[in-house]
Design a protein around this ligand. Structure first.
Ligand code: ZN
Length: 405
């Protein structure tokens, strides 16, 4: 538990948000409470020349997706999203060389161009309309594709399925299969050095059974659930709220925002220092319910926050400080989107257990503060603020720096 005084929070917030106006009234946001259907298709495909022993079997893949990956979502959602996956394995009638020679940004675009009969996925018994989303994992040694999830069409068994929720990425188990004793959630090959390591510790998640390519898989899966933007951070070397406008006089959006910059969230970038998705996004997914959040008003009261990682009930897992339409900022920030601040308390538990590492522990000794904005449920953004700014740009090589305030 983290006992915070709203007075302290508000004092701090008011000091820094001199021109912001705080909503005094409770506002119950119409939350996106629709729960995603739980059925997921995983289409594991690989080139015709890939040796059988270098790829997952159908049973192995299904055990993996319905094991560690399902557990990941169960913990993220406090039991509210427990997906069931059906895995289809398909050895494609194309070669690794053809894939290499016809590489596009996304796996799906290459396959559409290369597969016979107009990009037909000739996979018996696979009917994508039976699933809430379809993941296409490209096994083998072909690398260099981007990962992506969106809406698209897929031709399956001669039939065109339109408007599917569709993700595609490489899943190079051909190499990671040999890492099984040393499963690693990240992008580091065995022997590589992570810059931010402390006394030889490496950011990895072997105890969660997550292997090297699950990072992309789970991140894109999050997009598929409706998280249209990343977990970002706000560049603020000296002042948590004003960012580079204050520090360097830059007023363009990209000088303020660091896309993927929240490394504490699977929807942020790699290396993932912890994995829980921020409270604002969880709320949008219906995983934090209205009675599990406190909306801070002008009325003083103590708030007791549960750790974001805890599924104890009853619970309050976040506090929201709504801010009325405008920040006093240069264009394009001076607009009428709904801004709020969200507050979290993180503990080194479950998916976030690496916060117990010495170089990350300071981030559990206070509260994490986010600036969020939204326009309906379609446009969302979340920026982790650096509440201990010190003129030093936070870098992966310096993750010991505390972000909490
Ligand atoms: Zn993404």
């Amino acid at each position: 538990m983290c006992r915070i005084s709203p007075k302290e929070v508000l004092n701090q917030t008011w000091l820094l948000l001199r021109s912001a106006v705080l909503f005094a009234s409770l506002i119950l946001i119409a939350l996106g409470t629709a729960r995603a259907a739980d059925d997921v298709a995983v289409l594991y495909v690989y080139a015709s020349d890939v040796e059988e022993e270098k790829v997952w079997t159908q049973a192995e893949m299904e055990e993996h997706v319905n094991g560690p990956l399902r557990e990941f979502w169960k913990q993220q959602s406090y039991g509210r999203y427990v997906p069931a996956a059906k895995v289809f394995v398909w050895r494609m009638p194309i070669t690794s060389a053809e894939l290499e020679a016809n590489k596009k940004h996304y796996v799906i675009d290459s396959l559409r161009a290369l597969l016979p009969n107009g990009g037909d996925f000739d996979v018996p018994e696979f009917n994508p309309s039976e699933y809430a989303m379809t993941h296409i994992l490209l096994g083998g040694n072909v690398i260099g594709y981007g990962g992506g999830m969106g809406t698209g069409d897929l031709k399956v068994n001669g039939e065109l399925f339109a408007g599917l929720k569709l993700g595609s990425y490489t899943y190079s188990h051909s190499t990671s299969q040999y890492w099984i004793p040393d499963l690693r959630f990240g992008y580091y090959n065995p022997g590589s050095v992570f810059q931010g390591k402390w006394n030889g510790e490496v950011i990895g998640y072997p105890e969660l059974g997550l292997n090297g390519d699950d990072g992309t898989f789970l991140h894109e899966w999050g997009h598929g659930l409706g998280l249209s933007t990343h977990a970002n951070s706000w560049r603020s070397e000296t002042e948590p709220f004003y960012g580079e406008i204050y520090w360097r006089g830059k007023s363009d959006f990209w000088s303020q925002e660091s896309d993927y910059g929240n490394l504490f969230d699977v929807m942020g970038g790699s290396p993932h220092l912890s994995l829980h998705i921020n409270a604002f996004y969880k709320e949008l997914l219906g995983w934090i319910q209205p009675d599990e959040k406190v909306v801070v008003s002008a009325t003083k009261r103590d708030i007791q926050l549960n750790p974001l990682e805890s599924s104890n009930t009853p619970k309050v897992q976040t506090a929201q400080i709504p801010v009325s339409g405008k920040f006093s900022r240069p264009s394009p920030f001076d607009n009428s989107m709904d801004y709020s601040f969200y507050i979290e308390y993180r503990r080194p538990m479950g998916l976030d257990q690496h916060l117990d590492h010495q170089y990350l522990r300071s981030n559990t000794e206070g509260i994490m503060v986010y600036m969020t904005r939204r326009q309906g449920t379609g446009f969302i953004n979340s920026w982790l603020l650096d509440m201990s700014p010190d003129n030093v740009v936070r870098q992966v090589s310096n993750p010991r720096k505390s972000l909490v305030g």
